[in-house]
Every structure is written in C-alpha cells, then in structure tokens.
Design a binder for this molecule. Sequence first.
Ligand SMILES: NC(=O)c1ccc[n+]([C@@H]2O[C@H](COP(=O)([O-])OP(=O)(O)OC[C@H]3O[C@@H](n4cnc5c(N)ncnc54)[C@H](OP(=O)(O)O)[C@@H]3O)[C@@H](O)[C@H]2O)c1
Length: 235
Amino acid sequence: MSRDIKVALVTGGNRGIGYELVKLLALKGFKVILASRDPEKGHKAIQQLRKSNLDVSFVSIDVDNRESIRQASATVNERYGRLDVLINNAGVYLDENRKLVAMDPSILEKTMATNFFGVYHVIRSFIPLMEKQGYGRIINVSSEYGAMSEMSHQGVGAYKLSKLALNALTQLLAAENHGDIKINAADPGWVSSDMGGPSAPRTPKQAAESILWLATIGPEGPNGGFFRDEKRIEW
Ligand SMILES: NC(=O)c1ccc[n+]([C@@H]2O[C@H](COP(=O)([O-])OP(=O)(O)OC[C@H]3O[C@@H](n4cnc5c(N)ncnc54)[C@H](OP(=O)(O)O)[C@@H]3O)[C@@H](O)[C@H]2O)c1
C-alpha cells in the first residue's frame, strides 16, 4: 500500500450514519476499515459498497467487549501498521423518555458501556498507532443531548449522560495528547437512521457529510471542540 494512502476506521459502520461515513471516506480515497460487531452485517454492507466499486475492508469490533477491541487494533497494526482517522460512531439510544430513577438501572449501565466506555476503550487501543506516526484525527459522534444545558430538562437521561461524559472525555483526551493528533466531537443533527426514526429531517448521508471535515483538518485545526455543521456548539 502506498505510504500516501491514509487509513480510516469507523465503528458501527454497517448501517446508518456509520455506513455513510465509510462510503464517503472511501470515495475520498481513504483505505477504509468498516468495523461492525456482527460480521455478517459488516460483510453485507461491504458487498453493497462493492457495487459502487468501493473497496472497503472489515474488522469485527463490539465496543462493549474489550478483547474484541484489542484484537481489532492488533489486526489493523498487522495489516496496515497505521491508523490516520478513527470515527467513534457506534452508539445506542435505549431510554426514550423514561425517568432515571424509575428505569431499570441496566439501561443506564448499558448506555454508558457503549456510548462512553466503548469509545474510551477504542481510543485507548488505537491511539498508539497514531502516536507511532505522530498524526491522527479522532471524531467522536456525540449529540446535542450531551450539552450541559440539556441536563436541566428531564427525559432521555441515560443517553444524555453518556454523551455528556463523551464530550468531557473528548476535551480531556485532547488536553492530554501531544503532536498532531486532534480529537473532536460532532453532533450529526436529528437523522433518519434506525435510531432517529423516519420523521427526522436529515438523511444519514447529510449527517456524514456534516461531520467528515474533521477527518481532514490540518495541524492548525481545532482540538477538543464540539461541532455541528462546522460551527462550534456549547458543551
Ligand atoms: N440518529 C440521530 O438522530 C442521532 C442524533 C445524534 C447523535 N447520533 C449518534 O450517531 C451515531 C450513529 O447513530 P445512527 O443514527 O447511525 O444509529 P443506528 O442506525 O442505530 O446505528 C447504530 C450503529 O451502532 C452499532 N452499535 C451499537 N452498539 C454497538 C456495540 N456495542 N458495538 C459495536 N457497534 C455497535 C450498530 O450495530 P448493529 O447494527 O450491530 O446494531 C449500528 O451499526 C450514534 O453514536 C448516535 O448516538 C444519532
């Protein structure tokens, strides 16, 4: 593989916003790794992309499973020896409008496991590949529901807490890192994926387009920011 070709990985790449992110990155000339927890769904998505002549590879990642993350980072290291772009897209929305104290606590735990700890463990496993080459762009797909101002309105508490923590993680990791590794969070808007439902005004493709600029920012680009449509939003 040419040294000029950049390698990108998207978690939850088999459907919704993740699938469109994979497609757009491949169209832009990245060597893209579609990560999916279900190999069958992942390979099906890859077959679909092949119909558009896009050559995407697969790795299995269940972000709730640390061993699967560790194995995936070892595989990417063996296959490519580098990772330039990491998009933490996989996520769940499990609580709708249930009250935090009334819901089964496992809903909060499961939401935090995927949307927060999952991202933490994926970054922890893959960032050494970026540090090795002194370059990396990490995008955490967050939500406006994770903004501090949302915490004074009841409802969707598990999801809001998971994205609030994800936003804070983004800032903390950005403050910790050195060199040309940028880590930012992005809100894709309300999107007509399985998660967002059919009434949402944005398509997954539009959502992916609104996020992807963060994958190609230069050394002067933002680090530790939270964006929607290239505009900074309040944490
Ligand atoms: N849709 C919206 O309106 C909206 C708004 C703001 C933010 N977001 C964020 O955007 C991201 C993508 O959402 P989406 O709308 O595309 O949702 P989606 O259509 O429900 O897709 C979610 C993706 O995440 C994967 N996933 C869930 N749990 C996982 C796990 N433990 N390990 C690995 N993959 C896992 C799913 O895999 P399976 O197919 O195997 O289930 C699927 O590929 C999420 O982080 C979400 O919070 C969405």
